[in-house]
Design a protein around this ligand. Structure first.
Ligand code: PRP
Length: 177
């Protein structure tokens, strides 16, 4: 993102020490969402990435990814696909498990939301270990569609998520504003 947009976005992200557990600094985006200028700038920047990378649909990752991806889909004129935590979607789903630091998690998508010929941009607030975004990329491919890229508000570089995600993306871009 241009320096002025980046500075605006950064100024509206709050660091919350020791949340949700001791030693973790939580990145709280609620001040950004509450500021219409910042939320609009974020929506526009993410929409531009969708257009630049030829996306035909947008995936949002539950829950905070939904908040960002939905206005991007509307702004860019693209369909919105929710990727949800396991057990929430009522129709026929594809499921993908992935590793957490301790244990594992599972996300799902409605199989009917993905078609061959779709180029899907994955949108989320934070890239941490890259596990969630990587699992979403696998789901998109298993649904017969192509991954246009992953676009996040922020990347926590010290966790090395990019290095883990890039092989899964097979050349599709990882964009962090
Ligand atoms: C957070 C964040 C990303 C994911 C990033 O979601 O919004 O989706 O973790 O972590 P990773 O790169 O290590 O996979 P969380 O699971 O906390 O869900 P929430 O949005 O429902 O709070």
């Amino acid at each position: 993102a241009p320096a002025d947009v980046r500075d605006l976005l950064l100024s509206r992200i709050r660091d919350v020490p020791d949340h949700p557990q001791p030693g973790v600094v939580f990145k709280d985006i609620t001040p950004l969402l509450a500021d219409p200028a910042a939320f609009t700038a974020l929506t526009e920047a993410l929409s531009e990435l969708c257009v630049r990378h030829g996306a035909t649909k947008v995936v949002g990752l539950e829950a905070r990814g939904f908040i960002l991806a939905a206005p991007v889909a509307v702004r860019a004129g693209l369909g919105f696909i929710p990727v949800r935590k396991a057990g929430k979607l009522p129709g026929a789903t594809l499921s993908q498990a992935y590793d957490l630091e301790y244990g594992s998690a599972e996300i799902e998508v409605h199989a009917e939301d993905l078609d061959s010929g779709d180029r899907v941009m994955v949108i989320d607030d934070v890239l941490a270990t890259g596990g969630t975004a990587g699992a979403a990329a696998e789901l998109i491919r298993r649904g017969g569609a192509e991954v246009a890229g992953v676009a996040v508000l922020m990347e926590l570089g010290f966790l090395g998520g990019r290095g883990k995600l890039e092989p899964v993306l097979r050349g599709a871009p990882l964009e962090a504003l």
